[in-house]
Design a protein around this ligand. Structure first.
Ligand code: ZN
Length: 210
């Protein structure tokens, strides 16, 4: 914990003064252009990977970058999506999975999660992806896990579309969806190409969207 407090002191004494103007502007409001939904995993840092400054990304992070489909009892993720789309009017929504995802590994390998009932319940939002992934032939376990990460991004994009705010924004053509998978070791990102239904390297296909 001491590292974290030391980091804050360094921020306050060194970083903050250098960016004083930025923080002064941000003090009275935000106009992020994108909602970025990713895993809570400590190795996937949205602002670092996309080189965004404070105020530029509206972020949701949870175990498995999951977006529950809209229902009669909307929770925190639903409220945050709605606020981003309806109030902040973001123009893009990115759902970003990542390699070596513990949540997706647990789903793909049917790990017993009885000792973590909340995680077990939460990961049921990935059931559609799990069943699609199980129907596919994966020669190795790493491939099965990688397939799960990708199917989960697709499934969560589908869930996202069930949110009324997103559905309206899509119908009005004022929001674009993106499905990404970040590879921790290489620092590369694969993006879902709607036309082919396949993931392609974002670096070579920067215009890829859903
Ligand atoms: Zn993860």
């Amino acid at each position: 914990m001491q590292d974290i407090i030391s980091g804050f002191l360094r921020f306050q004494q060194e970083v903050f003064p250098e960016r004083k103007e930025l923080f002064k502007t941000l003090a009275s409001g935000q106009t992020p252009k994108a909602l970025f939904i990713s895993c809570s995993d400590s190795r996937m840092v949205p602002e670092l990977v996309t080189q965004r400054e404070p105020g530029e990304l509206f972020v949701i992070r949870n175990a498995g970058n999951i977006v529950p489909s809209f229902g009669p009892e909307p929770g925190g993720v639903s409220a945050t999506v709605e606020y981003a789309v309806s109030a902040l009017q973001v123009s893009d929504i990115v759902i970003c999975g990542h390699s070596d995802c513990g949540a997706m590994k647990a789903v793909a390998t049917c790990a017993c999660l009885d000792h973590m009932p909340a995680v077990k319940h939460w990961l049921h939002y990935a059931d559609a992806a799990r069943m699609i992934n199980e129907s596919r032939n994966h020669p190795t376990e790493p491939e099965r896990i990688d397939g799960m990460v990708r199917e989960n991004v697709i499934a969560q994009l589908n869930n996202l579309r069930t949110h009324p705010s997103v559905a309206v924004a899509l119908a009005q053509g004022r929001v674009t969806l993106h499905g990404w998978v970040y590879d921790i070791e290489s620092g590369s990102i694969d993006a879902l190409d709607a036309a082919s239904g396949k993931f392609v390297p974002l670096a070579q296909h920067p215009a890829t969207k859903v």
